[in-house]
Design a binder for this molecule. Sequence first.
Ligand code: NDP
Length: 474
Amino acid sequence: APARIAVTGLAVMGSNLARNLARHGYRVAVHNRTPARTKALMREHGHEGEFVPAETLSELVESLATPRQIIIMVKAGTPTDAVIDELAPLLGPGDMVIDGGNAHFADTRRREAALRERGLHFVGAGISGGEEGALNGPSIMPGGSAESYKHVGPVLESIAAQVDGVPCCVHVGPDGAGHFVKMVHNGIEYADMQLIAEAYDLLHRVGGRGPAEVGEVFRDWDRGDLESYLVEITAEVLGHVDPDTGAALVDVIADEAEQKGTGRWTVQEALELGVPVTGIAEAVFARSLSGRVGQRAAARAAFGASEVIPSPDDDLVEDVRLALYASKVVAYAQGFDQMRAASVEYGWDLDLGAAATIWRGGCIIRARFLDRIREAYDRNPDLPSLLVDDYFRDAVVRAEQAWRRVVVKAINAGVPVPGFVSALAYYDALRSERLPAALVQGLRDFFGAHTYRRVDREGSFHTLWSGDRSQVDA
Ligand code: NDP
């Protein structure tokens, strides 16, 4: 019998996805450029379901029922183009190519347009959850035509993570929408981790608690509003003892955070769209700063290493919890803003509640919190900002005084909390009656005759700064 779907690219992600498909009863054709991987999959996992191994891409294509559905799970970038170029001539009208790799959404837009020209469907599907997710239920963000989703959707939904019986897979929108949403997911993941790290630093250095003790605090937080995968694994990491030294593992890990680039993509694209994603940007920059070892050493030598004298107080844990929650609301609000802006820019008509639904399970930022976000967009799909939804507004109002105390405390102690500070500044800026942007406009008009608008009448104006300083219509 012909196979229902195919996977090409059988490294860890592709082979786990193929096994997930097979375990769900699909007959899966499998292929890898280097046949050894295909053989290894058959040898080690062939008994888990119905696999159809193929030596070549044309063999793979021939083994499929039409319209054909082929998932590409290879290294992102030129390897993906190489596979598409080899595959496309073998396919017929209506066939579907699904890219599950970490593609940049602009590449996905380009590939979708190129394949559409040839009568083929291209589905750019963001897949999150790592190898474990690929095997047991990832979070899937498919973009592409509605027509292709009719065929591909049910399969992807069945292998995705399920939360309360709802799959963490929804058709996100056309062309690059899926990979865009995946990109923002990763950006939010950066922000979330940075905020968690700042909370730890405060409880550790200001609160005078050891890593394991802070780990217990996180374990406790995981039973409340902050319940999430990242908070849960923070407790695990902080509680882990290094077998070599007997010290807390976190104390022997080099404090230079690395990045593979998806956070940077999010910020780059936010700059293009003009959306302030300060939480994600601070997180990306905090990682960059941590890696500037030479500068850090020079600064320590010049200024002396900052010495923090612990000043624990009874409220610190609860204050930090509230500050973390409020800052997290801001980071998510900014990420959702970015998706909304992209939706307008690229004509995607994104359903933001769908993104929240997808992220409830299977992915790194899965959290109880996402239910609240989905409910917020259910209440009002055109929410101007997540912050102004009743639920989140109340949460932020409840947290506000604690948030300010934490930021002040951190600043006075010399503990850097760029995530907390920038989130608070964003909140204060959004709700300000007047912003000093008025002065910025005045300065721009002074040196560059860039003109300004007035609060009391229509039109654009310029002041003759170097003349008699009268105002003229611009
Ligand atoms: P890798 O990214 O390490 O890629 C290895 C696979 O790509 C192998 O199957 C390899 O074939 C194939 N490949 C590389 N170059 C070519 C080429 N020119 N032509 C054909 N095949 C090629 O594999 P992963 O399983 O780690 O990741 C697969 C995709 O999933 C990537 O896009 C990655 O970014 C993404 N990913 C997603 C994660 C997530 O959590 N969502 C986690 C990890 C990865 P060969 O064996 O012949 O070398």
